[in-house]
Ligand binder design. Structure first.
Ligand code: FE2
Length: 432
């Protein structure tokens, strides 16, 4: 049967509707996919992947505008690990950011605005590109999409329309993530400043909180704890001694033997840490910070303070802090005194394992590799580390070192590693 004019027009309408329907469904999927991500890096990565796929292109990069530095930047261009930054106005993306124009270029290398430096850096060959500004709800340009190398033919009006629609969804998700990121950074810098203030007050154990944090994070990683649990332990470690701010200096820094009363005053710092930290509003997964921080002097046999908690009553984070805290106290450099030998330090820890310390924590502590361990021990004095030494130390753990030093080395390489470690461990700094 031959279709008449009316039928054909109806077919065309149905086809149009189907296409529109498909487009809307696709956009809904995009909105769903982006709405659930709050981490900026992950979000950018996902946006780029979606655009690349929907526009059938080889690559997509989202550049965001850093108005403070007057630059465009992109962290996660697909297939490129490093961050790219360039001045606003430079190259095609810069031009689009500055003018708000949408640009489709069918032959990149014959266009004078094209900046071939990124290609040079990555070894990639750009043929054609579609570049579009990304605008927020206030219609301000917050970034630029650059879609490279359409897989078949050139970019079309349909591509532009689709990218515009995705762009407005992406822009609001990105702005949310940036806000969240900003809030997070403010929180982290606040935590770190508090911790630095605390460390600065105590010149004898300078850098203590920082090192305890680094050790604790290592142990937590070796235990394969989740990202959020590691973060929880990190902040609890940074602030575990914050209660010391409430202890009078005359007691805290007394260099003679403490009386029982004075010792009792110092012990109060654990409870004080809890009450200070309780006043901070933490996100849900960080709520346990005050409990973990204030339990770093608990012992698994119940003879610790402030609460005399036993075994499983002590949070895992508190058990990790306890080991790292004592390790740092025993290995820190005191004025006019050599460091206690690492083997003796570990003998003290081992003797207390099972009554003061959780055996599994000590076990994992000994699995820290020697390059990491020496970098934490010598935190702040790492400029003259020999890279060859660090590469050698990477192959051995603290456990290996103890075996080598106690029972002798199995081969020359082991011997060399132990000597390299002890060289940094025992060295003296100029002027001290
Ligand atoms: Fe403490």
């Amino acid at each position: 049967m031959i279709k008449n004019e009316n039928d054909l027009s109806a077919d065309r309408n149905i086809f149009k509707l189907q296409k529109e329907n498909e487009r809307l469904r696709s956009l809904l999927q995009v909105a769903e996919s982006l709405g659930s991500v709050i981490d900026l890096d992950e979000l950018l990565f996902r946006v780029m992947e979606i655009v690349r796929e929907r526009l059938n292109a080889e690559r997509c990069t989202v550049f965001l505008i850093d108005y403070d530095r007057k630059e465009l930047w992109s962290k996660v261009a697909l297939g490129l690990a490093e961050e790219i930054r360039f001045p606003l106005g430079k190259g095609i993306a810069g031009h689009v950011a500055a003018t708000g124009e949408v640009l489709t270029i069918d032959d990149a290398y014959s266009d004078s605005r094209f900046n071939p430096e990124v290609d040079k850096k990555t070894g990639y060959k750009t043929r054609n590109l579609l570049t579009m500004p990304m605008r927020n709800k206030q219609n301000e340009i917050i970034g630029v999409f650059q879609v490279l190398n359409k897989k078949e033919g050139a970019f079309t009006q349909d591509d532009i329309g689709l990218l515009k629609a995705i762009s407005s969804i992406a822009a609001s998700a990105i702005e949310n993530a940036q806000l969240y990121d900003e809030l997070n950074k403010t929180f982290i810098s606040f935590m770190e400043t508090l911790s630095t203030t605390l460390d600065a007050r105590d010149y004898i154990t300078s850098g203590h909180s920082r090192r305890v944090t680094l050790y604790s994070v290592q142990v937590a990683r070796l235990m394969r704890l989740k990202k959020e649990e590691i973060e929880l332990i990190r902040y609890a470690a940074l602030l575990h001694d914050i209660g010391k701010l409430g202890i009078p200096e005359i007691v805290l820094f007394k260099n003679k033997k403490l009386t029982e009363d004075e010792y009792n005053i110092i012990k109060r710092h654990a409870t004080l840490s809890r009450s200070i930290l309780k006043k901070i509003r933490f996100k849900r997964y960080l709520k346990q910070i005050p409990e973990i921080a204030s339990s770093h002097h608990e012992k698994i046999d119940g003879s610790g303070y402030p609460l005399g908690l036993k075994g499983e009553e002590i949070p895992l984070g508190g058990k990790i802090l306890a080991v790292c805290d004592v390790f740092d106290a025993l290995t820190s450099r005191r004025q006019y005194k050599d460091r206690i030998d690492i083997v003796d330090v570990m003998s003290v820890l081992e003797k207390e394992t099972g009554n003061t310390f959780e055996p599994y924590v000590v076990y994992q502590f000994k699995n820290i590799t020697l390059n990491v361990l020496i970098e934490i021990l010598e935190f702040g004095h790492k400029e003259d580390f020999d890279l060859g030494d660090l590469a050698l130390l990477r192959n051995y753990t603290l456990n290996d070192l103890l075996r080598i030093r106690r029972q002798g080395a199995a081969d020359e390489r082991e011997q060399k590693a132990a000597e390299a470690f002890m060289f940094y461990y025992q060295r003296k700094y100029r002027g001290e």
